[in-house]
Design a protein around this ligand. Structure first.
Ligand SMILES: Cc1cc2nc3c(=O)[nH]c(=O)nc-3n(C[C@H](O)[C@H](O)[C@H](O)COP(=O)(O)OP(=O)(O)OC[C@H]3O[C@@H](n4cnc5c(N)ncnc54)[C@H](O)[C@@H]3O)c2cc1C
Length: 546
């Protein structure tokens, strides 16, 4: 569908193609509403491709006494694990317990027992020092008492968004990327009557009529609809991650540890063949229209934490594959420390315009449900059986023909592409059904998503539809020739356009996913000084910053 050819009349327009907007879009399409979703950049371009990729209850919310948020999150985690196998998968976590630092054994035991109680499953366990070291042999052994293991879940955040969008489109919804909502029209009584939407690259614009608008614009939400309380504003809080190859950071379970600098929990998460380390939490003072990037001091903070937890491993930045940063949409009066800001979602309404923001990815369904309930008085009377219905098409018992793929690969593909996984496999050669080195991504996914998922730019393809821009050195530049060959039949780009796309992608990658300019010596793809070693690096920057 194109902006020029879409119908003029809608029941509902959803603004924002992150996980919140995509969840609303999917539920609304399931209710047979005539629904349009518009996203000003690319689907999942905002925070929803830059998270820690966890579907989790959030142990720290328990510590803060936010029982309701934890309960809702744990319940959502359990539902998603059941409804989206292959996309949302269980993840075992380890938490080391040390004699000289918190949290102590009994505090963790209490928190994890409550966590299990909410999920109605007893899954945590205390491990002796020896047992713990068998599972995490590289952690600091000095003063280690033992540790806990418990379960949460991990996801591919941008694929979660795409799966919701694809299934909503299958149900009759319409979604456009690179299309911004610029104005809202109202009648004499103030009720919403329409919306102006504009292609952000061509400038083509349409005025559409709609009964209601749900603004799921994340950190940008208040531009379209300011919060009613004057003291409350969106507070952009940045969180950054580093991506290491698993040969440098050999963990096959996630580890949560307390950072020595500020006592915050930091995660080490095995993800799609690489390992993510994050996150930070600080005010983001840069222009929100520019891709956020990890700052030098965040990289140092993360590497310092790693060095403390894994003293025998070498985290030279020359080994770091990439970094990424996202901005949390937090509604706040701004008087708390960043990590103490509540992560609940907020809704405000004004005669047919509903804004929903804040919250977290894990509870996207609850946010979508609350937003749709708030918009219901303006919508046609439809059955809202959204509390119990599954949000994803169920995984078939077994594919009619699995084309020789292992059951794990089939599960992975189904999780990402739902019922379309079958078409992907049927249209691919055995050679292309192999993974790209160092990742779980299959070559065959690239042309499939390039042809079917509104890819406008190379960065849409490599950073969000598949994630090799984060998982392979230098943003996957070594693979670009093969990617070009695979995509030629489905992307009608001239040679000149390919050259422009590659240039645009690599520049963007350097800015948002390479290491910050102050650390350029250690950028992947550049030769580091031979003596560049973590300790020397740390001494230098530690003096500079702390
Ligand atoms: C570092 C970090 C780690 C996190 N880790 C986790 C985690 O592990 N688990 C978890 O549950 N949560 C996590 N979160 C929180 C979670 O990522 C966010 O709550 C969630 O992604 C927000 O989704 P959203 O759709 O509301 O916003 P976004 O994903 O930002 O989407 C909003 C979209 O609206 C678009 N938009 C805005 N205005 C307009 C307009 N006028 N017209 C058209 N489009 C518009 C934007 O371009 C954007 O794409 C993390 C957040 C951060 C920053």
């Amino acid at each position: 569908m194109h902006l020029e050819t879409i119908p003029e009349k809608w029941d509902l327009v959803v603004v924002g193609g992150g996980v919140t907007g995509a969840g609303i879009f999917r539920l609304a399409a399931g209710m047979n509403l005539k629904v349009l979703l518009v996203e000003q950049k690319d689907f999942a371009w905002g925070t929803s491709s830059r998270s820690s990729k966890l579907i989790h209850g959030g142990l720290r919310y328990l510590k803060e006494g936010r029982l309701l948020l934890t309960r809702e999150s744990v319940q959502e985690r359990e539902r998603l694990l059941e409804e989206a196998p292959g996309l949302v998968e269980p993840l075992e976590f380890l938490v080391p317990v040390y004699k000289d630092r918190g949290p102590g054994k009994w505090t963790l035991e209490a928190g994890l027992s409550l966590y299990d109680l909410i999920a109605r499953k007893h899954r945590h366990q205390f491990l002796s020092k020896e047992e713990f070291l068998q599972l995490a042999p590289y952690v600091d052994q000095k003063l280690l008492i033992g540790g806990f293991c418990f379960f949460d879940a991990r996801v591919d955040d941008a694929r979660l968004v795409m799966r919701l969008i694809n299934e909503a489109v299958q149900l009759g919804g319409c979604a456009l990327n690179y299309t911004a909502a610029t104005d809202i029209y109202r009648n004499a009584e103030g009720g919403v009557t329409g919306i102006r939407v504009e292609d952000t690259e061509t400038g083509a614009a349409r005025t559409l009529s709609t009964l209601a608008i749900i603004n799921a614009g994340g950190i940008w939400a208040e531009k379209l609809h300011p919060p009613p309380q004057r003291d409350f504003h969106m507070r952009p809080l940045r969180g950054s991650h580093l991506v290491y190859p698993s040969r440098v950071l050999p963990v096959d379970r996630a580890i949560s540890f307390i950072h020595p600098a500020d006592g915050r929990a930091v995660f080490v998460i095995p993800w799609q063949g690489a390992v993510l380390v994050g996150t930070t939490d600080l005010d983001h003072e840069n222009d929100l229209s520019i891709e956020p990037a990890a700052a030098e001091k965040e990289v140092i903070y993360l590497v310092r934490g790693l060095a403390k937890l894994f003293p025998s491993l070498d985290f030279s930045l020359k080994n770091c594959i990439a970094s990424f940063a996202g901005v949390r949409p937090v509604v706040s009066s701004g008087d708390r420390a960043p990590s103490s800001e509540p992560r609940d979602h907020m809704i405000w309404t004004d005669k047919g315009l509903v804004t929903v923001t804040g919250g977290k990815m894990t509870i996207f369904r609850a946010m979508a449900r609350d937003a749709l309930k708030a918009a219901a008085p303006c919508l046609p009377p439809v059955e809202m059986n959204i509390d119990n219905e599954p949000i994803f098409a169920p995984l078939p018992v077994g594919p009619a023909n699995n084309f020789g793929l292992s059951s794990d690969t089939w599960r992975y593909l189904y999780g990402r592409y739902g019922p379309h996984a079958d078409t992907l496999v049927r249209n691919s050669s055995a050679e292309d059904l192999k993974p790209i080195p160092g990742t779980e991504t299959l070559w065959a996914e690239i042309p499939f998503v390039a042809g079917k998922e509104q890819v406008r730019h190379l960065d849409d393809l490599l950073l969000r539809r598949v994630r090799i821009g984060l998982l392979t050195p230098g943003g996957g530049r070594a693979h670009i020739r093969r990617i070009k060959q695979l995509c030629r039949p489905v992307l009608p780009w001239s040679r000149k356009r390919w050259r422009q796309e590659i240039k645009r992608y690599l520049e963007l990658w350097e800015h948002a996913h390479g290491l910050p300019p102050g650390l350029t010596e250690a950028r992947p793809g550049r030769r580091p000084p031979s003596i560049f070693h973590f300790r020397a690096f740390l001494r230098h920057y530690y003096r500079k910053l702390f």
